[in-house]
Ligand binder design. Structure first.
Ligand code: ADP
Ligand code: ZN
Ligand code: ZN
Length: 691
């Protein structure tokens, strides 16, 4: 091996730039210089001394010369049993670190399996020896279904001699997008290449994994997500890195998998917010997948029934190639959308709020026919707040600017922001009144109301509370698939992806809350959620004709609902894009959000004001707008005050240039200037999802 050093050779010392896990703000260069007697290729994993510790690192550049007279410390150990990480991998990580404004070494090491960072050369050898051997040579399952006309057309473009490009596969729910991925993957595998498939949530991996594994029995498939044990994750990562695994299926972190023979990237449900990392390096795995495709010269397929407006806009401009699957497999109709105008209900039923009589009748009719229904409410718990009618007390969280949610099952008041939990008080803590009442409704209460209103029906609930234990979600989904449930109550968790066969009615009992939310992406998210949820109904072609989506609304004439009625994503997208363009919002501008956390609102705001002044002093601030600091929707969490400041530019490049010059100055501001001592943390979010 090229990396093996034999003692007889000349002992000229070589300088290496090594990426180590120093935080960006430590003010250190992206790479630290070390010396080695042995030439080490860039991408080699090493262990190096840093201060008094021994830390993992990645050789980023070889050669280079240290300043004269500086005594460099020596690399302790090189993990040469592992092939170096490729140039493309390092470019991807380098780009991501720069774009999302994080330290290079910080990001590079953070995206490796945690176990790999701990190992020394001997331990690594042992792990490598234990890797599974070659895959048994079975043939892939050749029993792929005959493609529908539009599937065939999409596949023809994808596997044809088409130039490498980014594709937006816009397929209505149940149109067979997965089959298109499978065909494109088969083509890449046949060419001896590896395939990377990204999905938004761990929950959705088992179903997709099963379909890929069944089709490609002759190939090794590995999963990469945070639900694996550390040793599984290492084993799977090594399988991909060593080229033994042909298919890698994973959540956002898998976009950084090392894949020496990468031939295709698929991003399923590309619009899903879960592709954006919400802490540390706040990267978008979807956007990085597109970048990686260009970098490595491989096609990228972004699939969705409700594409993000960013991707839709790029397809409109011709930057992405659009592939459309406009019909459901088997010609099944999309569910008919029916609006229940809540204004027309008698006043007393209105305030009970609830479940409108026509909706209850529709549910009853399904139960009588032995069909299933899904009732959607995007809020868990029993009631979002408890209230004392005598003195006005409400179940506020003492540590957050939020209410604590009443969970009836375990009689607790729980803060969904900081986790603070107490037993429900018997009486009002302020005035002793025994009659404290839940206000509003979450899934737990909805389940109870449905069970009361539909005697004898088998009502079940799936949300983050019912699925906390490993395996419970699978068990609950199995029960639904097996027909043991008549009415399923759930949050957005059950609205996506699942291929329910017996559901013929989907109802959203309170969708209006998304119409007037302050975040500019709220309508986009609501539309996607409702259309995805509607897509759970009538997936069985025989029942598709009678399948329906019901919406209880106070705003039946809202254009969003009109577009939903026509299952008209294009019309909805066109309206939204016009509004965004007029308002100068993404995708017509680029945003970054600077957040500060402090013990007081004033301290956080002061820091942001100082930051704004620092930006204004930079020549790069031309063409970039820095807005005044504002509190986020929930300003105080766990006793910490948060403020945020929006930075916007019509030009992505201009925004990037400002951030690159500006952020180092902010590190200095916080570390040198004693007036900002009260600021606990600050961070930048490039392309934030919610503002
Ligand atoms: P989507 O992801 O677009 O919602 P799926 O890929 O889950 O749709 O496909 C919906 C259903 O149709 C699945 O059960 C799938 O097995 C089936 N299916 C897909 N393509 C075909 C085809 N060409 N012929 C028969 N069945 C198909
Ligand atoms: Zn009271
Ligand atoms: Zn709290």
């Amino acid at each position: 091996m090229a990396c093996n050093f034999t003692m007889g050779e000349a002992t000229r010392l070589i300088t290496l730039g090594v990426a180590v896990e120093t935080p960006h703000h430590a003010g250190l260069a992206p790479c630290l210089d070390y010396q080695s007697e042995q030439p080490l290729a860039p991408g080699t994993l090493v262990r190096v001394p840093l201060g008094r510790r021994d830390v993992p690192g990645i050789v980023w550049r070889s050669g280079g010369s240290a300043a004269a007279g500086v005594e460099l410390r020596a690399v302790r150990q090189a993990l040469t049993a592992l092939p170096p990480l490729s140039d493309a991998w390092r470019q991807l990580v380098g780009f991501a670190a720069g774009y999302y404004q994080r330290g290079l070494g910080e990001l590079a090491l953070a995206v490796l399996p945690p176990e790999l960072r701990r190992l020394d050369a001997t331990q690594l050898d042992r792990r490598l020896a234990r890797l599974p051997g070659a895959v048994p040579s079975v043939r892939d399952d050749l029993l792929a279904p005959t493609l529908s006309t539009s599937q065939a057309a999409a596949v023809a473009v994808l596997v044809g001699a088409a130039p490498v490009a980014t594709y937006l596969l816009h397929g209505v729910t149940g149109s067979g997008k997965t089959e298109v991925y499978l065909h494109a993957a088969a083509q890449a595998l046949a060419a001896g290449r590896q395939v990377l498939v990204l999905v938004p949530e761990i929950n959705l991996t088992p179903q997709l994994e099963a379909r890929f594994a069944a089709r490609f029995a002759g190939h090794r498939l590995v999963a990469l997500h945070s639900g694996l044990t550390p040793s599984q994750r290492l084993r799977h990562w090594l399988g991909a890195h060593l080229g033994q695994a042909d298919l890698v299926l994973g959540t956002r972190l898998a976009v950084f998998a090392s894949l020496p023979r990468l031939g295709l990237i698929v991003v399923d449900e590309e619009h899903d917010p879960s592709f954006k990392q919400q802490e540390g390096a706040r990267y978008s795995a979807r956007d990085l997948a597109v970048y990686r495709g260009k970098l490595e010269g491989v096609p990228v397929v972004l699939g969705s029934a409700t594409p993000s407006l960013e991707s839709w806009q790029r397809a409109e401009q011709g930057a992405y190639r659009r592939l459309a699957l406009p019909e459901r497999i088997g010609g099944g109709a999309l569910p008919r959308v029916r609006l229940v105008d809540m204004n027309l209900l008698p006043r007393d039923t209105q305030s009970a709020a609830a479940l409108s009589p026509p909706l209850l009748e529709a549910l009853q009719a399904r139960i009588a026919r032995g069909e299933q229904s899904l009732v959607l409410l995007n809020r868990r718990g029993y009631a979002p707040v408890l209230h004392c009618g005598a003195c006005g007390w409400k179940s506020a969280c003492p540590h957050c600017s939020a209410w604590r949610v009443f969970h009836k099952g375990d009689r607790t008041l729980r803060c969904h922001h900081c986790g603070y939990t107490e037993r429900v008080p018997r009486a009002c803590p302020d005035c002793g009144n025994l009659d404290i009442q839940p206000v509003g409704r979450g899934t737990e209460r909805l389940e109870e109301q449905l069970a009361q209103a539909l005697p004898g029906a088998r009502v079940a609930r799936i949300d983050a509370d019912t699925t906390r234990l490993k395996g419970t979600l699978e068990a609950q989904l199995d029960a639904v698939h097996a027909g043991q449930v008549d009415v399923l109550v759930g949050t957005q968790m059950v609205a996506k992806g699942h291929d329910f066969r017996r559901i013929t009615l989907v109802a959203a009992v309170n969708p209006d809350s998304g119409l007037f939310a302050s975040d500019f992406r709220a309508p986009e998210r609501l539309f996607a959620l409702l259309l995805q949820a509607a897509g759970r109904a009538g997936r069985d072609a025989e029942q598709a004709g009678t399948s329906e989506m019901w919406l209880q609304t106070w705003h039946p004439r809202h254009p969003l609902y009109a577009a939903l009625r026509g299952h008209d994503f294009a019309a909805f997208a066109a309206t939204q894009l016009r509004e965004r363009e007029a308002a100068g919002l993404p995708p017509f501008s680029s945003l970054a959000l600077l957040r500060a956390e402090a013990k007081s609102t004033e301290a956080a705001a002061e820091f942001l004001h100082a930051a704004a002044a620092a930006a204004a002093a930079l020549p790069e601030s031309a063409g970039v707008m820095v807005y005044p600091p504002v509190p986020p929707p929930v300003a105080r969490v766990a006793g910490i005050e948060r403020m945020q400041m929006l930075v916007e530019s019509r030009s992505r490049v201009a925004l990037q240039q400002l951030l690159t010059q500006w952020l180092p100055a902010l590190h200095a501001l916080r570390h040198k200037d004693k007036t900002h001592r009260a600021v606990l943390r600050w961070a930048v979010d490039v392309d934030p999802l919610a503002i």
